[in-house]
Design a protein around this ligand. Structure first.
Ligand SMILES: *[C@@H]1O[C@H](CO)[C@@H](O)[C@H](O)[C@H]1NC(C)=O
Length: 210
């Protein structure tokens, strides 16, 4: 199910497109099977969901300009508010155009966050990644258990698992994230939070010639 998306503003989109063009060009250099520099474009990037309201997302470029990080400032699942706050989600879609004769894949994405769970409290972090209209969704579920008070970092590497098929020059890459905290029964009042802080290396694209 698609959640409502709130498109980023035109200015932000333009800036992002320029920035991503730079990244994609650099990423394409030096590899025989990548599309030529400048031939890959991000047509749009949209995101939406309870974990990523428009004012709760930032983009940061790595120093070498090869990776983009999406930072989240309001992506917090907590037991300390109403039950609705125990789950927070974000759906991100990236529309890509590239030359014909290639299949596009996702290299890896690193999740970073923080969890503080009392004893008896559990949580889950779910991520899914797919190219729209293509068979195959990479789904990753991680469970965590209190007591815990620590930073979280997970790297999802896809190898050859997440490639589009040949025969197209456009793909929509979709990424979904969901974090949930489940209060424990005992001790009474036990609770916790899970915070999603960033997706590092988002849109680390890899290519195969068809
Ligand atoms: C992204 O691509 C899909 C499929 O081509 C299209 O339906 C959708 O409208 C596009 N989204 C945006 C924001 O351009």
């Amino acid at each position: 199910m698609m959640r409502a998306v709130c498109p980023i503003s035109e200015t932000a989109r333009l800036l992002l497109t320029l920035v991503l063009l730079v990244i994609l060009q650099l990423a394409g250099q030096g590899s025989a099977v990548s599309p030529p520099p400048g031939s890959v474009t991000i047509d749009s990037l949209t995101f939406g969901g309870s974990g990523c309201p428009y004012d709760g997302v930032d983009y940061v470029l790595s120093e070498d300009l090869k990776a983009m990080t999406m930072k989240f400032t309001k992506f917090i699942a907590t037991t300390h508010k109403s039950a609705a706050h125990r789950t927070r989600r974000c759906q991100i879609s990236v529309n890509l155009s590239y030359p014909e004769g290639f299949a596009v894949g996702l290299g890896s994405v690193t999740f970073s966050g923080y969890a503080k769970l009392d004893r008896g409290v559990s949580g889950s972090i779910k991520a899914f990644y797919y190219f729209s209209g293509q068979a195959g969704t990479a789904r990753i579920t991680r469970k965590i258990q209190g007591p815990l008070d620590d930073n979280l970092e997970y790297r999802d590497g896809f190898g050859s698992a997440l490639y589009s098929t040949c025969g197209s020059n456009k793909q929509t890459l979709s990424v979904g994230l969901e974090v949930t905290v489940k209060p424990g029964k005992k001790p009474k009042g036990a609770g916790g939070i899970i915070r999603v802080e960033a997706l590092l290396n988002a849109w680390d694209l890899v290519w195969e010639q068809c």
